[in-house]
Design a protein around this ligand. Structure first.
Ligand code: SAM
Length: 329
């Protein structure tokens, strides 16, 4: 599939589905072409979010358990599982399993993954092993949350209980991000530690009373020169998407201990810049709060934040809503 062979009407129909309640009414992939068109466009954009999230995991020195099996649940075209394998190297994994309630999606994902990783065992999660009690090494979830009914959420919760690690990326919308935050609390309750983005293991500050208008999200960088590509420009116009903005939310969990060192912070969303100061929305073990950073207090950091923040860990002291001292991490 390429821009020349792409079926734009298929993408129009998929967009209608994603925007409506139809997405929760059962499998919506009609043909393999649907998945090919999705994979080249929506799927690739999701891939850029995974790239940003995986880069952050690398900064935090996280690696998957040795020889892990990856289960990409709600795989669609399988972009998420493939991004994970590509990032850490397929030789570091034993198997890729895909699962979706659409047979077509599993066919497509298996086929593309076998072509991309010829030396890796690739298959679909068989219903028996799938419902078994054994552990799941790395559970990969991507853009599934707003399609799940109660039964599916219960199935997913059962998988999370068995997971050694969970890598989960969702859109950066207020609604989905806060729903993901609810899953963070469930995961902590079944013994999973938060690896990222949270700089602490406590309760989520965004979900605390009084913070209903906030949400935990970040922005990934789309490839440079994207707007010079006529295929992408047409896609952005037709789908009504601003290609320059790629908001996402994510959560990564692991059962292995290895908590974030204390005293770390993380910036949610993007800093807002004014003359001589910036405002950031800060998350740390004490909760979330808007903080002001004066340019004269940390000129280098101030300059750096003009290019965006990302989910990286920071270290600073703050008092009365103002960052007092910064310390690069
Ligand atoms: C928006 S697509 C995302 C696909 C892929 N994970 C990605 O990030 O590109 C959502 C996928 O979840 C699948 N899905 C929805 N409900 C499901 C369920 N109850 N069980 C398994 N898969 C489900 C859909 O068939 C679809 O492939």
């Amino acid at each position: 599939m390429n821009w020349a062979s792409l079926d734009w009407e298929v993408l129009d129909r998929l967009r209608q589905t994603f925007l409506s309640e139809a997405k929760t009414a059962g499998p919506y992939w009609h043909t393999v072409t649907d998945l090919g068109c999705y994979n080249l466009t929506y799927g690739e954009r999701i891939g850029w979010k995974w790239d940003a999230m995986l880069a952050e995991l690398k900064r935090r020195n996280w690696t998957p358990p040795a020889g892990a099996t990856v289960l990409d649940w709600g795989c669609g075209s399988g972009i998420a599982g493939r991004r994970v394998l590509e990032f850490f190297g397929p030789a570091n994994f034993t198997r890729l399993l895909v699962h979706d309630h659409s047979e077509l999606a599993m066919d497509f994902s298996e086929h593309v993954a076998r072509r991309q990783f010829p030396a890796l065992a690739v298959g679909r999660a068989e219903p028996l092993s799938f419902r078994a009690e054994g552990p799941i090494d790395v559970l990969v979830l991507s853009h599934v949350l707003n399609e799940l009914d109660e039964t599916a959420r219960a199935e997913l919760a059962g998988l999370c209980i068995r997971a050694r690690a969970v890598l989960w990326v969702e859109p950066g919308t207020h609604e989905v991000s806060r729903a993901l935050g609810g899953w963070r609390e469930k995961m902590r309750a079944v013994g999973l530690n938060v690896v990222a983005p949270c700089p602490h293991q406590g309760a989520c500050g965004v979900l605390a009373a009084g913070n209903g208008r906030h949400w935990c999200h970040f922005f990934a960088a789309p490839p440079a020169n994207l707007l010079a590509d006529s295929g992408w420009v047409k896609f952005g116009q037709r789908a009504g998407i601003d290609l320059r903005s790629l908001p996402y939310s994510f959560l990564v969990f692991d059962r292995r201990p290895g908590a974030t060192p204390p005293g770390r912070s993380c910036i949610l969303g993007e800093p807002r810049h004014y003359k001589g100061y910036a405002k950031i929305f800060n998350c740390d073990a004490g909760g979330v709060a808007e903080l002001m950073l004066q340019k004269r207090d940390a000129p280098e950091l101030f300059k750096q934040l003009k290019h965006g923040a990302g989910p990286g860990l920071r270290r600073w002291k703050h008092a009365a809503g103002r960052i007092a001292a910064t310390d690069p991490v």
